[in-house]
Design a protein around this ligand. Structure first.
Ligand code: NCD
Length: 362
């Protein structure tokens, strides 16, 4: 049996390789940090914080976590001043060089699948701080921590997901775990921003109960948690900025259950007006603060297990010349494309190894 420590030896790219018990262990460990536990498990360690894309919470909470654990941080908060941007150095060369200066990398990058590529290129742990529209696993861990903290359980809760459910990486990662904890889901969004058909099919194959709504009014009364996201306008392919965001108002909250908590990965735009902050339902600022404890716990788990042998998971890849990835944001267009076959409850399909979107036959 693979232990959690073994699963984390190469860092964390996706939560799909963890199981329910692994996640609960990380959350229990995070609670210790929230209660004041501060081991110096990163003493003499250097973590590179590579943010090729904007960030406030993820970068600063990771950097704070490293320093609170006794480690040191090198890195950049935007890539424009690196040789990759100004001297045409490749992504692979850039990473290879940085890996020589540090013990682990935290990376955020605009391309889907870039974290997986980084992990394959390097032999130090990579922590995915968000790869394009694909995944944001450490955000999900702090989301789950906040849900557990406010609801006393993750199992079977009714989770409403509202806003941009298509291009938001926090939603993609949260869905990976909603399945593990048998959550009931209500998707609240305009048709164009509901989860993709591939995702809905995957939820169905996993027997997840879900419903689709175009506004919050007939969904709110059932929910234990309402997870709101902003429109990810910077990712819209056609650059349209005139899309109307869905908004949750204090009026909508009159029908809410007493235990309802509103979460948001932040930053927020107009989807949560400021007066909602004063209601007992608002929990997004506490949620953001929890990011520090969860990231401390994760780094501690990775660095306290120095003796765990590092093993790279081997994925069986499918002949690349027969398949194509149609996702314009995918990192596979900047490296050797690769595809894998997956089997979801008897249904086989081929997906891009990097961004995990359905591949098309050439
Ligand atoms: C999110 C992100 O960057 O994916 N923010 C975060 O990490 N807390 C959400 C967003 O940008 O909307």
């Amino acid at each position: 049996m693979t232990t959690l420590a073994q699963k984390l030896t190469n860092g964390l790219i996706t939560l799909s390789g963890l199981d329910r018990e692994d996640i609960l262990r990380i959350l229990r460990h995070s609670q210790k940090f929230k209660d004041g536990y501060t081991p110096k498990s990163l003493e003499n360690r250097i973590v590179a914080s590579l943010f090729f894309e904007a960030s406030t919470r993820t970068r600063l909470s990771f950097e704070s976590a490293v320093q609170r654990l006794g480690g040191q941080v090198i890195g950049f908060s935007e890539a424009s001043n690196t040789s990759l941007a100004s001297k045409n150095e490749s992504f692979a060369d850039t990473l290879e060089i940085i890996a020589g200066y540090c013990d682990a990398v935290v990376m955020r990058h605009p391309n889907d699948g870039s974290a997986q590529l980084a992990q394959d290129l390097l032999s130090i742990p990579i922590l995915n701080g968000g790869d394009g529209t694909h995944l944001h696993p450490t955000q999900t861990l702090l989301d789950l921590f906040s849900i557990f903290e406010t609801q006393g359980t993750l199992a079977g809760i009714h989770l409403g997901l509202m806003g941009d459910l298509r291009y938001s990486r926090t939603i993609q990662s949260l869905l990976e775990t909603a399945v593990m904890f048998n959550m009931q889901l209500s998707f609240i969004s305009d048709d164009d921003f509901q989860p993709s058909q591939q995702q809905l099919d995957w939820l169905k194959a996993n027997n997840v109960t879900f419903s689709l709504h175009n506004d919050i009014h007939n969904a709110i009364a059932e929910l234990d948690v309402l997870y709101v996201t902003r429109l990810q306008k910077e990712r819209f392919v056609n650059n349209s900025t005139d899309v109307q965001n869905l908004i949750v108002t204090t009026d909508d909250l009159r029908n809410a259950k007493n235990n309802l908590k509103i979460l948001h990965p932040l930053p927020r735009n107009e989807e949560i007006p400021n007066d909602v902050d004063d209601t007992p339902f608002a929990y997004y600022f506490q949620q953001a603060k929890n990011g520090l404890f969860v990231r401390m716990a994760l780094l501690d788990l990775i660095f306290s297990n120095k003796d765990v042998p590092r093993t790279k998971t081997q994925t069986d890849l499918v002949a690349a010349n027969e398949w194509r990835c149609g996702n314009k944001r995918c990192i596979s267009h900047q490296c050797q494309p690769a595809f894998k076959r997956i089997n979801v409850h008897g249904q086989t399909s081929v997906i891009c190894y990097y961004c995990e979107q359905n591949a098309t036959a050439q």
